[in-house]
Design a protein around this ligand. Structure first.
Ligand code: FE
Length: 255
């Protein structure tokens, strides 16, 4: 199994803090059935900046640690890129890392509370350069929760989305769980990933999410989501189902 989003590299963001933490995470990933794990440290989220060259160096040295300990897990360098105004300039400066060098998928994070007004414009600029944005955990963005059409419109323009396993599992509360299921049902979810930060409060739990999806939506839904991660890793085009609109929720009890 492939996991396209994790914070396993030690000491560079709010994920694993030490090599020991990272090794515990690697063992947990192997137990989960993960064979290939993208290390996607935060970049430009207001707290952490992790540029391409440094992420690749950290990935190489951690892969060497895994090899020495005979832990059967392959770490692949990636990056969780906060949407910021200079993103396109930084792509050209070569400080960002796509999930595949040919097919150019980028993990893009919005702020948790809103969708910036310049989001559509930057995503359009990316598409002109043949980059495909994968919007990470849209189910935790309060503006998208209130108005799912904001996400629908970005998907129609070519964006993909990654739902977090623990959202499906209910670890972020019932509202986020229900909304993440709404996104799956509306074909507005293209990937499930762990976004694991540790082995305690924010572990992998990918299997549990996939089992829930299989139980509720059938084995095809599970394969669709799992196969997309494989396709990204191979640099091939992902499978995209036609999305449908999600009706606006009755927040605050107002009809
Ligand atoms: Fe993350």
């Amino acid at each position: 199994m492939i996991d396209i989003h994790s914070h396993i590299l030690p000491g560079i963001d709010d994920g694993a803090q030490t090599l020991e933490d990272a090794l515990l995470m690697a063992e947990a990933a192997v137990k989960e059935g993960i064979t290939h794990l993208y290390a996607t440290p935060h970049h430009r989220n207001g707290r952490f900046e992790n540029e391409r060259v440094s992420i690749i160096q950290h990935t190489n040295s951690f892969n060497e640690e895994l090899r020495q300990r005979k832990i059967p897990l392959q770490i692949i360098p990636g990056q969780e890129i906060r949407l910021y105004k200079e993103l396109v300039d930084d792509l050209e400066r070569d400080v960002l890392i796509p999930l595949h060098h040919q097919s150019k998928y980028l993990l893009i994070e919005f702020p948790s509370s809103n969708v910036p007004t310049y989001a559509a414009e930057i995503l359009y600029e990316l598409s002109l350069r043949n980059y495909t944005p994968i919007i990470v955990h849209p189910e935790r963005n309060s503006e998208i929760m209130e108005n799912p059409d904001l996400l629908y419109d970005l998907i129609i323009e070519g964006a993909l989305t990654q739902i977090t396993a623990n959202s499906i599992n209910g670890s972020f509360g019932k509202k986020i769980m229900n909304f993440s299921h709404d996104l799956v049902k509306a074909n507005m979810a293209h990937f499930i990933a762990s976004d694991a930060h540790n082995v305690s409060s924010r572990g992998f739990h990918l299997n549990r999410a996939f089992e829930t999806i299989q139980k509720q939506y059938g084995v095809d839904a599970r394969y669709y989501l799992q196969e997309n991660a494989e396709l990204v890793m191979k640099g091939e085009s992902v499978l995209i189902e036609q999305p449908s609109h999600i009706k606006r929720k009755k927040f605050l009890g107002i009809f």
